[in-house]
Design a protein around this ligand. Structure first.
Ligand SMILES: CC(=O)CC(=O)C(=O)O
Ligand SMILES: [Mg+2]
Length: 216
């Protein structure tokens, strides 16, 4: 039986994303700090493993990097209480929420969903599986991203507005969380564009790094 990362990728479960979960990132894009989590989904076809290239989606000239802590669900649940939410975590991963910012801006202006801006093939590069015992507290991790060796994002998960147990509880009020589901917990500030040929390297300090190239 497959284990760890291969297990959650092979299961191909849903990707639930949290937006605007760091106040300095909400501000840099001119968004208000949310009073409840902003949630959206990526399809399972957006997963990308290391060794494969991130590809610009159709119609976009402004593709942004967003580095995020990913939480892998290890035990299914519906309407999970915040007090027991940590029991549902099977592990963690490093992830990118690649975003076609031009498409997203157009959709935001029209009040339409962000699906095409966030859910294109290769929009969810992920790193290796991190067992839960390696992260006793998901709210004390340095998270960073470089483009071609230039540091672009440097944050700490302690600055999340909505913490992981709250997010698990909130999301599961609406949809069942299944084993292998991945929750992307939002990005710190410093998001910005990438170009074809760029190399993105990112990490959770002391825990994980990963590298992806960008293709047109
Ligand atoms: C503005 C966004 O794209 C929201 C998002 O994904 C985030 O991580 O914040
Ligand atoms: Mg994001």
């Amino acid at each position: 039986m497959a284990s760890g990362l291969s297990r959650f990728v092979e299961l191909g479960r849903k990707i639930v994303c949290v937006g605007r979960n760091y106040s300095e990132h909400a501000a840099e894009l001119g968004n208000k700090v949310p009073t409840e989590p902003v949630i959206f989904l990526k399809p399972t076809t957006s997963y990308l493993k290391e060794g494969n290239a991130i590809t610009f989606p159709h119609g976009s000239d402004n593709l942004h990097h967003e580095v995020e802590l990913g939480v892998v669900i290890g035990k299914p649940g519906f309407q999970i209480r915040e007090s027991t939410a940590m029991e549902h975590i099977g592990g963690y991963t490093l992830a990118l929420d690649m975003t076609a910012r031009d498409i997203q801006d157009k959709m935001k202006k029209k009040g339409l969903p962000w699906t095409l801006a966030k859910g294109f093939d290769s929009s969810c590069p992920i790193g290796s599986f991190i067992p839960p015992d390696k992260i006793p507290d998901p709210h004390d991790i340095e998270i960073w991203l470089k483009v071609n060796d230039a540091m672009k994002q440097q944050g700490n998960t302690k600055n999340m507005i909505f913490k992981v147990p709250f997010l698990i509880s909130f999301i599961s009020q609406f949809m069942t969380l299944e084993t292998g589901d991945l929750i992307l917990t939002g990005t710190p500030s410093g998001v910005g564009p990438v170009s074809p040929g760029d190399v993105i390297t990112c990490g959770l300090t002391g825990l994980a790094t990963m590298t992806f190239t960008v293709n047109k």
